[in-house]
Design a protein around this ligand. Structure first.
Ligand SMILES: Nc1ncnc2c1ncn2[C@@H]1O[C@H](COP(=O)(O)OP(=O)(O)OP(=O)(O)O)[C@@H](O)[C@H]1O
Ligand SMILES: [Mg+2]
Length: 393
């Protein structure tokens, strides 16, 4: 069994609105979708869809955490999340589609939904009850100063932005056409207490001692979790005989390297941020980054570079694999699918070449599926025989 850990899991909410997002206006939402998200959850979803035994661990709390767990149940993804007092963060993606047969921006907030959607959310009748408050019934409407508005407790994503591909959130489809625009809102995530972290450690220790064959640690750390959280988990897994893959950014990845994880899988930007001043620059960057990550403690390093594929430093050799064609779709979660393939390779002890080829085919098939964590089986079947890994000098 493979265990995934998502310490900063999210309930990904996708709103579809018509006619564009206008600051200061009310928007009638045409449809709402909720899904469990976060990098480890995406990886667990891919593994489950492949029929592989998987268990998703992490931290959840509040109503959003309950909704996340319920969605995992519905999706048939086994989980054992540790409860926290705070609420699981919600990531809201607003997918704005052009009005059918109309120019995208018609001005009035009610126009977009005025009986056109058929989703049971009619627009306001005249007189517009929202005219005093285009922001919604509970939103403050006074002209806040910069200080007032920044004090509302919803800081934006920290730099570096881990979600560069998709400003709207992990699971939102971003390929709805040239006119589709996606806007994202991230909650900060719950503050985790020392006691809650200790409870999670106890749970993790118990799980990995129970015959786990590989562990995936993926994504950002919520506030309150120790900076070296991943290093602690890598060591616990190693004590239990399980190899660990870490897919993380910046400090979380840098700290993990100290515990010598079997494999790391950042994208090139994440790898550069983790290495900081030691990050190489120049034409061979992904390969040089992979080599440097191994020098810094990783057993092997796979650095992903979007549609260009993967480069690895693995068993003292530089290898590369690339998709045979660029797939059009949603690249968010492609790296999480690559992590799923690489975790399987760790579990099975596969040759690095086979691991990389599978990772490239599976992640391309993930791009072809609209939602992060899903894989297009047809694209996987088409591409898998075509991908091979080659040595780089
Ligand atoms: N457009 C594409 N067509 C085919 N394969 C792709 C495409 N985009 C990405 N991939 C594959 O997916 C792999 C991972 O992509 P990428 O480097 O974007 O991961 P990532 O930034 O970690 O993504 P995320 O963290 O959102 O899951 C790439 O190495 C590549 O093999
Ligand atoms: Mg990634």
């Amino acid at each position: 069994m493979i265990v995934t850990v998502t310490l900063n899991a999210a309930l990904d909410i996708t709103y579809v609105v018509e006619g564009g997002v206008r600051p200061g206006a009310t928007h009638r939402v045409r449809s709402v979708a909720e899904r469990a998200g976060g990098k480890g959850v995406n990886t667990a979803r891919v593994l489950a869809s492949l029929g592989e035994p998987v268990l998703a661990l992490g931290l959840t709390g509040g109503a959003s955490g309950a909704a996340l767990l319920a969605e995992l149940d519905t999706a048939g993804i086994p989980h054992r999340f540790t409860p926290v007092a705070g609420s699981t963060r919600r990531t809201v993606a607003v997918v704005a589609q052009p009005l059918p047969g109309a120019t995208p921006d018609t001005g009035h907030p009610g126009d977009a939904a005025g009986g056109t959607s058929g989703f049971g959310q009619p627009g306001p009748q005249a007189p517009d009850p929202d005219r005093h408050n285009p922001a919604g019934h509970n939103a403050p409407t006074h002209d806040g100063t910069a200080d007032e508005t920044s004090g509302l407790g919803q800081p934006g994503p920290q730099t570096p932005d881990p979600d560069r591909h998709n400003p709207a959130g992990h699971n939102a489809p971003t390929h709805g056409g040239a006119d589709t625009e996606v806007t994202g809102f991230w909650e900060p995530g719950p503050e985790v207490s020392d006691g809650e972290w200790e409870l999670f450690l106890a749970e993790f220790r118990a799980v990995v001692r129970d015959g786990v064959r590989a562990v995936v640690l993926a994504g950002s750390l919520p506030p309150g979790v120790p900076r070296d959280a991943y290093a602690q988990l890598v060591r616990l897994a190693a004590d239990a005989g399980a190899p660990t893959l870490v897919d993380a950014d910046a400090d979380a990845l840098r700290e993990a390297l100290a515990a010598r994880p079997a494999l790391v899988k950042p994208n090139a930007e994440e790898a550069a941020r983790a290495l900081g001043d030691e990050a190489p620059c120049g034409p061979d960057v992904p390969g040089a980054l992979a080599r440097r990550l191994v020098a810094a403690g990783a057993g092997a390093a796979v650095v992903s570079a979007g549609a260009a594929g993967l480069v690895a430093w693995w068993d003292g050799r530089m290898l590369a694999a690339a998709p045979p064609r660029v797939v059009v779709g949603n690249p968010t979660g492609a790296g999480d699918a690559a992590s799923a393939a690489l975790a399987l390779a760790l579990m099975r002890g596969s040759a690095p070449e086979d691991a990389l080829a599978h990772a490239v085919a599976l992640s391309a098939a993930a791009v072809a599926a609209p939602l992060a964590g899903d894989v297009d089986a047809q694209v996987l079947a088409e591409l898998e025989p075509l991908v091979t890994a080659r040595p780089l000098s």
